[in-house]
Design a protein around this ligand. Structure first.
Ligand code: M6R
Length: 604
């Protein structure tokens, strides 16, 4: 996820921008840049990779006196992580930084190109600055040109724009991406995507709402709402702790990351869902030539994503899909055949066992693909092809948003392969695309659901164990629910296919055995229901998660009705994450850093 900073003030511009970008590093990025305007003179620097590369480039730049500046860390979406694609983007006499996605950028770009504008980057962002300058040529004031520009943009954005035509002013707009303005007693103004960069530079902050826009100068802060009404800004005091600021008001990073899922899934879908199919710019369809099997290999949560994906590949792409736990595959002397595409899934891209299996597959001459959250990680560098999941940095050791984006990417990938193999009708593909577009909504959390789970959690602090059960893709989700619970509550939990209960585990059923039953309405509801009834008849305490009320449950978490089981999957995933977290909180555990665990497991 990209990060934005901005500053209007005296002597500090370089430090505020660079320190601010440093604070935003946790959001994840692959290039960074700044632009500083002093009177008539713009100075701009960009660098690919770590922020240190940018810091080195600006070492000799020592602005003195009053200046305005904007800065950006970019997580590549439209176009590769290159210097040309890094922000800020230049028009003729203005620079812009932007987070989010301009959905109608192609339309605007076509028009501007016809008007003779030359584009330097592959980004959607560059259209903003050229559109602004087009309007600047005819509108009475730069602000009117900015307003006109905003009225033509569709999509999500946080924008900062600096222009020589008003050299003491930064124009800003927020719609769907975060943006905060801070002020201090020296009349300086600071912008950032989250609180942390503002600490030390601002006293009070204005949390902008969607649709807000305006401009700041040393003497003014003018704010307008989505109805173009000039409104009075309401400031609140800025938190003083950086750690709590990074958590953006949430108690734990894990909680923040659960709440972020809607946004990061939107990022994962960006540019990949098209009107009539799926597009992965980074993949060559030839990767799938001659492939008769997809072998998915991973550890932990990523293994659960692999297992769920295997159902989707067989169902939609009609290709044989097998799944391996990496630590097992390494030593089982596996049969690695050349008509198999070897897919590793890893949040970090560094997990030792998974990395080794990738090396094995390469040595055996298989084509390889990695689904990963970290660009330039060992796996991304090694595999023949890679698809990034775009979850941003995940700090909680218990993986949440990384899993959500893995599942989104894998679902899209199964449809991409279906497209290549022509295994879905147009109508069936449309149904999938429609459901995919709904995923960001399905993981939005309403207060009532969270509060219900928080209240329920007090009943699950003891007992002799948990069964998480489900069928089909809800079986890997049950495994994932059990793993989340184990990791952060230290309670014993197991995930099972619902139909397996009667083959042994049901012997454990009694009131102190808690069953968390995943009962989607749109997939095998009656079959799952029978399995849950068998447990209920043996007096297991049942917590059912379903859109359909179920009278044999002791507790019930009602999910929304959806017409696609994957939307139920995503909503239930959130309920399971919240349940584990709330139980962990009540038990007084360290939610973000559970005992005995490391975020990246780089040893065997
Ligand atoms: O970085 P990876 O996805 O390769 O990591 C694999 C597992 O170590 C990881 O998923 C682990 O199980 C998490 N703690 C789960 O929450």
């Amino acid at each position: 996820m990209c990060g934005i900073v901005g500053f209007v003030g005296t002597n500090k511009v370089k430090d505020v921008l660079l320190d601010g970008l440093k604070e935003l590093e946790y959001r994840g990025y692959d290039s960074a840049g700044i632009a500083v305007l002093q009177g008539e003179q713009f100075s701009s620097y960009k660098a690919v990779g770590k922020l240190d590369n940018l810091v080195q480039k600006v070492a000799d730049f020592k602005p003195k006196g009053f200046a305005i500046g904007i800065g950006h860390t970019r997580w590549a979406t439209h176009g590769k992580p290159t210097e040309l694609n890094a922000h800020p983007h230049l028009g003729t006499s203005s620079y812009v930084v932007h987070n989010g996605i301009i959905e109608n950028y192609q339309e605007i770009k076509n028009q501007l190109t016809q008007d003779g504008v030359r584009f330097l980057s592959q980004t959607d962002t560059e259209v903003i600055v050229h559109l602004f300058e087009k309007h600047l040529a005819v509108e009475k004031t730069p602000f009117e040109a900015f307003e006109k520009t905003l009225s033509e943009l569709e999509g999500a954005y946080a924008i900062l724009l600096a222009t020589k035509s008003m050299p003491d002013t930064i124009f800003f707009a927020k719609n769907g991406s975060p943006m905060i303005v801070g002020v201090n007693d020296e009349n300086e103004k600071v912008f950032a995507s989250s609180d942390a960069p503002l600490i030390g530079h601002a006293k009070d902050v204005l949390y902008l709402s969607d649709g807000d826009y305006g401009y700041v100068s040393p003497t003014e802060l003018q704010l307008f709402n989505s109805d173009a009404k000039n409104i009075k800004p309401t400031f609140s005091p800025l938190p003083t702790s950086k750690l709590s600021a990074q958590k953006e008001g949430f108690r734990f990073f894990m909680e923040k990351e659960i709440y972020e899922q809607s946004d990061v899934i939107s990022d994962a879908l960006l540019g990949r869902i098209q009107d009539d199919g799926i597009n992965f710019d980074e993949l060559d369809p030839a990767l799938f030539d001659g492939i008769n099997e997809i072998k998915l290999c991973a550890c932990g949560t990523s293994y659960h994503a692999a297992l769920a994906a295997s159902y989707l590949f067989e169902r939609y792409a009609k290709v044989r899909a097998s799944v391996e736990i990496a630590s097992e595959l390494r030593y089982k002397e596996p049969l690695l055949l050349k008509d198999t595409l070897f897919v590793v899934i890893s949040q970090s891209g560094e997990t030792a066992d998974t990395l080794e299996t990738l090396k094995m597959a390469k040595a055996a001459g298989l084509k390889t693909l990695v689904i990963c959250n970290v660009d330039n990680s060992s796996m991304v560098r090694l595999a023949d092809a890679s698809v990034l999941t775009r979850a941003g940095i995940e700090k909680g050791v218990a993986s949440t948003k990384a899993f959500a984006t893995q599942m989104s990417v894998l679902w899209m990938l199964s449809l991409y392969v279906a497209q290549i193999r022509d295994t879905l009708t147009k109508k069936a593909m449309q149904k999938q695309l429609h459901a995919l577009r709904e995923v960001p909504n399905s993981v939005k959390i309403n207060d009532a659901l969270h509060e219900k789970i928080r209240r329920l959690s007090k009943r699950y602090l003891h007992g002799h164990g948990f069964f998480f059960i489900g069928r089909d893709v809800f079986f890997p989700l049950a495994l994932e629910g059990a793993l989340k619970l184990k990791e952060i509550t230290y309670l014993h939990a197991e995930g099972y296919p619902s139909g397996e209960m009667k083959h042994g585990p049901i012997a454990m059923a009694d009131p102190e055995l808690f069953t968390i039953a995943l009962m989607p309405k749109t997939l095998l509801y009656d079959k799952t229901k029978s399995n849950v009834e068998e447990l209920s008849a043996r007096d297991s305490t049942i917590c059912a998660i379903s859109p359909v009320t179920f009278d044999k449950a002791d507790d019930f978490i009602q999910t929304k009705s959806h017409d696609h089981y994957m939307l139920e999957f995503f909503e239930m995933m959130v309920a399971l994450q919240l349940l584990s977290m709330e139980i962990s909180v009540r038990l007084g555990n360290d939610v973000d850093m559970p005992r005995n665990l490391a975020k990246s497991v780089t040893v065997e």
